[in-house]
Design a binder for this molecule. Structure first.
Ligand code: NAD
Ligand code: UGA
Length: 487
């Protein structure tokens, strides 16, 4: 499509965003910051989350993102508020964003692949019940293609059933492309904003909001289905690049090639480009796997088995990479980690976030716990309760004298949170770098090595450690896509 932006749009005065998560919170904070004349209310069922968004101490917001505290600090209490009063916020709004979770279904039809749309449907019904006058409903969540059809059907029933002044609705798709850790800069300087819709006035009303800070040529207009599918496709392509480089990383390790050199060599080809070519422990995060599996499900549903199989391989390779790294650690440590202490450096799925959803650390630590390892886990932003929930295991610290805990003696896997990398490596046979926190590239390996049990290893699954310093400290080093080197 790309219809000319000449439709007459009524300016938006009041926005409600349902879902105060990693997308809803930062996205609405930036909209409120850039559009001070628009009242923005972010609502959620989760009262604890809303309370955290309202915490006077901006370091305690529920989402950690560099720069988020400053944006919230400027807009909160002016034209940005966080509330649990969902119905009232919908009734007040000219535009309602649906930004709720859309995880993979865990049971029933499509379990393990299809998106669970129950929260989206609940939102649509709530909007249908509470909206007043004309309301533009915006899909911000990542959704299967043609979800807008279902939302429209639910809203249309409200239009018919309404007893008071008849509400009316327009449905738009406006997927979010921010990445965690860089959410604020992604929102403030997006590569593009995508708006899918059939009602030109609604499309222009939304484009008008973004137009407050996004250059016009970066606001793309498409039909609704293209917009919905573009989101799934963007994530599939990004994840595919990671699986591709991780596949080559494994081959580098067995062939003597160096994946960082290969990535640089291919990335200078302007058709390939340098981004998203970092080999690592596999992609994590709440979306890549979920969105690809959703695409796989939809393709299979359409009878496109080969297409489904093609994209499914991206996820299969990713899972394999995570198990491969855990296996490799066990093999290098003389074939057993039972009762051995290992330091896990990094638990978040990437640097600069407190999010651990689908983090590679969960699977890798899980495999090592299964082998009976004793893990001291360090992360700069992930609290111990989150680690315990993700691992499905409560922490059991080593005994007070620093000797092996009871779990080690029984051969059971155990873990405990470490307050610093120094604490994590105490008595450890190996340190595994699983998140690329900046500080892990500047560790004092000589000091750390003196606290480890020799011969000790560094397994650098992110390729960020200072290799010369590791080796100078007398440690053995394995790096993803580069293989191992003795001190
Ligand atoms: P999230 O789980 O952090 O937040 C979703 C919030 O919605 C939760 O706080 C939940 O309590 C709330 N919620 C659910 N149903 C509700 C209802 N009926 N009424 C009120 N609140 C309700 O999820 P997220 O990471 O913000 O992702 C949201 C959507 O955005 C997903 O579809 C995701 O695929 C997509 N997305 C996420 C990212 C990301 O980086 N996390 C990026 C782009 C797109
Ligand atoms: C990703 C996309 O980048 C966003 O555009 C999208 O909006 C978002 O998913 C979503 O839909 O949720 P995000 O998952 O937050 O964002 O973070 P990424 O930077 O994409 O990283 C995802 C995973 O891939 C991380 O585990 C990261 O460490 C890994 N990765 C990334 C690599 O292993 N190598 C790379 O070169 C890049």
């Amino acid at each position: 499509m790309d219809h000319a932006p000449n439709a007459v749009a009524t300016p938006i005065r009041s926005i409600c965003c349902i879902g105060a998560g990693y997308v809803g919170g930062p996205t609405m904070a930036v909209i409120a910051d850039r559009c001070p004349h628009v009242q923005v209310t972010v609502v959620d069922l989760n009262a604890a989350r809303i309370a955290a968004w309202n915490d006077p101490d901006l370091s305690r917001l529920p989402v950690y993102e560099p720069g988020l505290d400053a944006v919230v600090g400027r807009a909160r209490g002016r034209n940005l508020s966080f509330s649990t009063a969902v119905d009232a916020a919908i009734a007040e709004a000219d535009m309602v964003f649906i930004s709720v979770n859309t995880p993979t279904k865990t049971r029933g039809l499509g379990a393990g692949q299809a998106s669970d749309l129950r929260w989206v449907e609940a939102c649509a019904r709530q909007v249908a019940r509470c909206a007043q006058g004309h309301t533009i409903v915006v899909e911000k969540s990542t959704l299967p293609v043609r979800t807008a059809e279902a939302i429209r059907a639910i809203l249309a029933a409200a239009e018919r059933e309404s007893e008071g002044p008849t509400p009316s609705f327009s449905v738009l798709s406006n997927p979010e492309f921010l990445a965690e850790g860089t959410a604020i800069s992604d929102l403030e300087q997006p590569d593009r904003v995508l708006i899918g819709g059939e009602d030109p006035a609604a499309v222009e009303a939304l484009a008008g909001l973004y137009g407050a800070w996004v250059p016009p040529d970066r606001i793309l207009r498409t039909n609704v289905w293209s917009s919905e599918l573009s989101k799934l496709t963007a994530n599939a392509f990004l994840a595919q690049r990671i699986s591709s480089i991780n596949a080559i990383a494994a081959f580098c390790e067995s062939s003597g090639a160096d994946v960082q050199e290969v990535a640089r060599a291919i990335g200078t080809d302007s058709r390939i480009g340098p981004k998203f070519l970092k080999a690592g422990p596999g992609f994590g995060g709440s979306c890549f796997q979920k969105d690809i599996l959703n695409l796989v499900y939809l393709c299979r549903h359409e009878g496109l088995d080969e297409v489904a199989h093609y994209w499914e391989a991206v996820v299969t390779l990713n899972t394999w990479q995570q198990h491969r790294i855990a296996r490799l650690v066990v093999n290098r440590l003389f074939g057993t980690v039972t009762g051995k202490r290992l330091a896990i450096l990094g638990f978040a799925f990437k640097a600069d976030t407190n999010d651990t959803r689908e983090s590679p650390a969960i699977r890798i630590a899980g495999d090592l716990l299964e082998e009976g390892a004793q893990l001291a886990i360090h992360d700069f932003k992930v609290p111990a309760e989150r680690m315990a929930a993700d691992l499905g295991l409560e922490p059991t610290p080593p005994d007070a004298g620093g000797g092996p805990g009871a779990a080690a003696l029984s051969g059971e896997g155990a873990w405990w949170p470490a307050a610093s990398p120094e604490e994590a490596v105490a008595g450890a046979d190996a340190a595994l770098i699983l998140t690329e926190w900046q500080a892990y590239s500047a560790l004092d390996w000589a000091a750390l090595a003196s606290r480890m049990r020799q011969p000790a290893w560094v397994f650098d699954a992110r390729g960020v450690a200072d290799a010369a310093a590791v080796q100078a400290a007398g440690l053995r080093l394995w790096r993803v896509g580069q293989g191992e080197s003795a001190p």
